[in-house]
Design a protein around this ligand. Sequence first.
Ligand code: C5P
Length: 335
Amino acid sequence: MRRATLQGNMAMVLHKLKPLRFVTLLLSSTIILCLYFENTGKLLNDTYHRVSENAACVYRTCSPDRERTDWFSARYAPTVQLLYNSRNRALRRDVWRWWRGLQKEPYFRNYTTVSRKLFPLFPDKNNYSESHPNHWRTCAVVGNSGNLLGSHFGPIIDSKDFVMRINRGPTKGFEEDVGSKTTHRILYPESAMNLDNSTHLVFFPFKILDIEWLISAFTTKHIRRIYKDVPSTITANKDKVMILHPEFMKYVYEKWTENHGRYPSTGFLTVIFALHICDEVHVFGFGATKDGNWHHYFDQTLTPYAYESHAGDFEYETIIRLHQEKKLLMYKGWT
Ligand code: C5P
């Protein structure tokens, strides 16, 4: 009954409309619909950059002459020391000077003694331990930005060979947006947490005391405080510990953040680390709120970028530029 009345009304309206007006109405609705779908498409494309269109080309698999831009070549150093081991533990004078500048504690601590204790305890390898020349390695670097919420990136993240998570970024309860797989967890003492047996602990030593903490956490467990309270020990597979080389940190600071901030953020260091060890790098969870706050997907903290030691904006712009240069794929998220 309601339907019949509705159809009758529609017929009356159409009858009253002159044919020209009807055609105009039809055309303008079509244009509005087209514009709507075009914008929706743009939004989706911006968020889900498709691998096929933007195939990342990283140094290991690309011809340097063809694929490297001047901008990229001026920054990328293929021979930089990535991981710390007994053969490269002696630091170059300039690296030592820069690294000790990050440390508040007296730097006359016996660096040689501390670094000597490391490698009987942890894997002592020069190159990345699982590198395989015939395997195209895909990596997801997952930052902790609040823009991951509602993104539904979980399945894309979990589809990568390596999933690198940073500090305490959790997966439980956020699987749909951040995935559930973790192959690498990037940590320093203040952000330390327990890991499962299969996860690589990628340790970023911002100071000598951090290295002392790492040794202590797996042996005597006596260090409980650095600048603030830290766990005296953690559960992790010590055969999967990897330690970032201070030379790499200096390289990222000088070449990639161009000396902005005091030192690069853990997340940005991880992005550049991934560029060096992966064939395809997918980046998620980077970026502040519109008003410039550092927010997390898992808590309510809001820290203005200005209070951090890092050049968050500059790092973000650099990641965008790397995306434009097709060296990685940046997934922007929603907020
Ligand atoms: O906050 P937290 O340092 O644990 O986050 C891990 C990394 O994620 C940061 O080092 C930063 O590179 C990135 N991040 C970001 N924007 C945010 C929060 C984190 O780019 N709002």
